[in-house]
Design a binder for this molecule. Structure first.
Ligand code: DWN
Ligand code: SAH
Ligand code: ZN
Length: 411
């Protein structure tokens, strides 16, 4: 890798503003018999920069896609009832607003366990999920969806076009930001999309990350952090246009973007509005980025100080949700089993393993109440409402939650 990293969208110069140190892969949960190897296992420098030309925020170093996404990839989208409802609602909107012609066709990149497409399949509408991770692609198939077990790229787009024809909708949730070869992806989508079609994607919004200091959204899989401005610029390079945006409450604040062929659809006032808001907030100013980086350091120090105090008082703290995000938090802060004794998580594929780098054991949600700890660190903070409601008995039994987004708070 050259000394001067360049923007993967436009080739412009990158300005680094945050270095979270050497990190393992977010979802590389460790089997217990491999724990002794973990100190020597793969690490990469997790550092973030903004492009001085097109403002795209991106990782400087990144992990090869087939190292992150493979058959044993453990994330299962349907683990959250709020996310299930979110995608059922969106599928309903696609069916009533976009998939209304004769024999419509929708393609989803990163279809995972079929959380969105199962509603489309039930409606009998032609669809294709593209999911490179074998095990979860199989779960999608068992949920009744048609899946190709490959990485989407320009070549696959051409094969889909030859077999199935143009797509009225291409959709990607928490996937488009995960791909380092966006050039190939965007060329593929440009070719695959019907003249009046839309490419819709939703990913963590950089504006929310800055506002909430939610730096644990930064990990290997999250390579790009979008704003309306950077997406508008990127789309234009491929003959596509940003025609609508929506800020979403899910996953701690996301941006949904709608792209169409340039000139094919009117541009919604929401686009102009968000561009103006980003400008007013100085989202791409170096002062904002420096303030964000300072806030990250402060948040990390506060959290560790509170956890050490609790340990020294003899309190028992466990974590809730073995998220990919928490890999960044735990490794950056140096949180190991002396501070958080175990983490409970509902995903069978994660239970019995240890957290990457920090080797905290992962157990089933039943272990949480057996007996309740004094404190629970809410690592899956993006699912706060769902989890606090589900675990209301913990609070009633005198347990306290430790929150760290947007700041460290115990209640
Ligand atoms: O972008 C991505 C998002 C969509 O999913 C991927 N790169 C990887 C993954 O990121 P994450 O692991 O940070 O996602 P979540 O959705 O915050 O993970 C929540 C974790 O918490 C899951 O392992 C399931 C678990 N959970 C639980 O144990 N009980 C979740 C809920 C809602 C619960 O009630
Ligand atoms: N859409 C789901 C899953 C997000 S996890 C949700 O929002 O919950 C990210 C998914 O992107 C993984 O399932 C991963 O296998 C998939 N992915 C990564 N690179 C991809 C590519 N090039 N083409 C299609 N899917 C990809
Ligand atoms: Zn750029």
């Amino acid at each position: 890798m050259s000394d001067k990293p360049i923007c993967r969208i436009c080739g412009g110069a990158l300005r680094e503003f945050l270095d979270l140190g050497p990190q393992p892969m977010g979802n590389a949960f460790v089997p217990p018999d491999k724990r002794d190897d973990e100190a020597f296992a793969f690490r990469f420098r997790l550092a973030v920069a903004m492009c001085e030309a097109c403002t795209m925020v991106q990782l400087i170093d990144y992990v090869q896609h087939d190292q992150m996404f493979h058959s044993a990839y453990p994330y299962r989208s349907s683990g959250s009832s709020v996310m299930r409802a979110h995608f059922e609602d969106l599928a309903g909107r696609f069916l009533s607003e976009e998939l209304t012609g004769s024999d419509p066709f929708i393609v989803e990149l990163g279809s995972n366990d079929g959380i969105m497409l199962h509603t489309i399949a039930k409606a009998g509408v032609r669809h294709l999920g593209v999911e490179p991770c074998g095990d979860v692609a199989e779960v999608g198939r068992s949920n009744g969806i048609r899946v190709v077990n490959e990485f989407f790229d320009e070549d696959l787009a051409a094969r889909i076009l030859a077999d199935d024809g143009k797509a009225d909708v291409v959709f990607a949730a928490n996937t488009f930001s995960h791909i380092d070869f966006l050039d190939s992806i965007l060329r593929g989508i440009k070719n695959l999309l019907a003249p009046g079609g839309v490419f819709v994607f939703e990913d963590p919004y950089f504006g929310d990350i800055v506002q909430r200091a939610s730096f644990d959204q930064i990990y290997d899989e999250h390579i790009f952090f979008f704003t309306a401005r950077s997406v508008q610029d990127m789309a234009a390079r491929y003959g596509l246009e940003l025609v609508d945006v929506e800020l979403l409450p899910v996953h701690g604040g996301e941006l949904r973007c709608v792209l169409a062929h340039t000139g094919a659809r009117p541009v919604s006032p929401a686009v102009t509005e968000l561009l103006k808001q980003e400008e007013e907030q100085g989202l791409t100013d170096s002062a904002t980025l420096t303030r964000f980086a300072d806030g990250v350091r402060e948040l990390g120090e506060n959290l560790v100080a509170r956890l050490r105090e609790l340990r020294d008082q003899g309190k028992r703290v466990v974590g809730y949700g073995a998220t990919a995000k928490s890999t960044t938090l735990l490794n950056y802060c140096g949180i190991t089993p002396d501070l958080v004794s175990f983490i409970c998580d509902s995903t069978a594929e994660k239970q019995g393993r240890l957290t990457p780098g920090t080797l905290i054991p992962i157990e089933s949600p039943e272990a949480f109440a057996d007996p309740y700890p004094d404190y629970a660190l809410l690592l899956a903070w993006n699912h706060k409402d769902e989890i606090l409601e589900k675990e209301a008995a913990f609070r009633e039994a005198g347990g306290r939650w430790i929150h760290y987004v947007p700041d460290v708070r115990i209640d």
